[in-house]
Design a protein around this ligand. Structure first.
Ligand SMILES: *[C@@H]1O[C@H](CO)[C@@H](O)[C@H](O)[C@H]1NC(C)=O
Ligand SMILES: *[C@@H]1O[C@H](CO)[C@@H](O)[C@H](O)[C@H]1NC(C)=O
Length: 349
């Protein structure tokens, strides 16, 4: 009964949305980590890769593109929802040209974080370097479209920033450097300060429509359940609490920056509540498993440990919320992206 009612409301919102679309967003420009990386790590010397089977087995042509999923990532679905292209090309992929990048480009790098120290753990692209690539992209775009048209594209683009999980799970809680230097509260403030600087930079470079993505319930990632020594198989509450706390700080940052920077339209896309709901009630969303992932045993495998010939890998990823022990399946990414599109990203439509 309640479910039917919710479905009806969702349908209504969907119809409403379809009515309003007039393609105001000209392009998607993506910064972040593996939640949105579409293949940049294929072109850098890091062990954190996913350009091999079974990654991408449900992608168009079964191609392992370097996305950390069995198919597309949320930004691909958001791009499609804005009636732009169905996939966002990775900036470092030499098979694409500036013509392709003019309607969407991804600078994200799996394993990176706000903190420079996080990107060093697995030798991936630090956030400041993503910004350098973006500046290079701007010059190439000006050359390609001419100054005026390029400025138009850059100011009408939607900028998506999606990272932060690795700062906590790959860095703070795993390595001694940051955890001896900062309390968890101080570290969150440190990261929020970097987010503030980054957003201010891209705003000064012409960005006006920006979506800052919050943290997922990172204590419920299958890998974290596996390493939960206190109660094995359960979510790590402490990590979830930190994620909610950090999301509140990002929310405050968004409000402050919208007041400070004129013309800025900055929103917080918070994946926590919807993803937590999916994990707690997988059946309501058509899933059967949310505590373990599809790939391998579903408890610890990701990147090179998620191998093609692992006999335990599931046959139908659509039954799983998580693809590997750290990343959602394509179906989950689709749900998260379309939820964001209908809710907080609606202001850009
Ligand atoms: C990160 O490294 C870059 C390049 O060395 C530097 O410009 C930036 O200030 C550093 N960020 C922080 C927060 O230390
Ligand atoms: C998997 O979940 C779906 C959706 O809730 C349900 O219809 C189906 O019976 C489940 N299958 C198994 C094997 O549990």
């Amino acid at each position: 009964m309640a479910l039917a009612f919710i479905s009806l409301i969702l349908l209504f919102l969907l119809l409403l949305q379809n009515h309003k679309i007039d393609a105001k967003v000209s392009s998607l420009i993506v910064f972040g980590d593996s939640s949105v990386d579409s293949g940049n790590n294929n072109y850098i010397p890091t062990v954190l890769k996913s350009n091999f089977r079974p990654y991408g087995r449900d992608f168009d042509g079964g191609q392992a593109t370097g996305r950390f999923s069995n198919g597309r990532v949320p930004t691909d679905f958001i791009s499609e929802a804005f009636q732009l292209k169905k996939t966002i090309p990775a900036y470092l992929d030499p098979s694409y040209t500036i013509k392709d990048f003019a309607t969407g480009v991804c600078f994200a790098s799996a394993g990176t974080g706000y903190d420079n120290a996080t990107s060093k753990v697995l030798s991936v692209i630090p956030l400041w370097k993503e910004l350098e690539y973006y500046k290079e992209y701007q010059s190439r775009l000006r050359e390609y479209l001419g100054n005026q048209k390029a400025e138009e594209v850059l100011s009408e683009a939607l900028y998506i920033i999606s990272l932060g999980t690795n700062d906590f799970l790959e860095n703070y809680y795993l390595l001694p450097e940051r955890s001896s230097e900062f309390s968890i509260e101080e570290y969150q403030r440190f990261l929020a300060g970097i987010a503030r600087t980054f957003i201010t930079h891209i705003y000064q470079l012409g960005a006006q429509k920006i979506s800052l993505t919050g943290l997922p319930p990172m204590g419920c990632l299958p890998l974290e359940r596996t390493i939960n020594l206190a109660s094995e198989g359960e979510c790590i509450d402490e990590y979830n609490n930190v994620a909610m706390d950090f999301n509140r700080k990002l929310h405050a940052l968004v409000e402050t920056l919208n007041k400070e920077l004129s013309g800025l339209q900055l929103v917080l896309t918070n994946p926590y509540p919807i993803l937590y709901d999916i994990i707690q009630n997988p059946h309501s969303f058509g899933f059967n498993h949310s505590a373990t992932a599809c790939c391998g045993t579903g408890r610890f495998e990701m990147s090179y440990l998620c191998q093609e010939h692992n006999p335990f890998t599931c046959l139908d990823a659509n039954k799983y919320v998580f693809w590997d022990s750290f990343h959602p399946t394509e179906k989950t990414n689709d749900i998260l992206a379309n939820y964001a599109f209908r809710t907080n990203l609606a202001v850009f439509q």
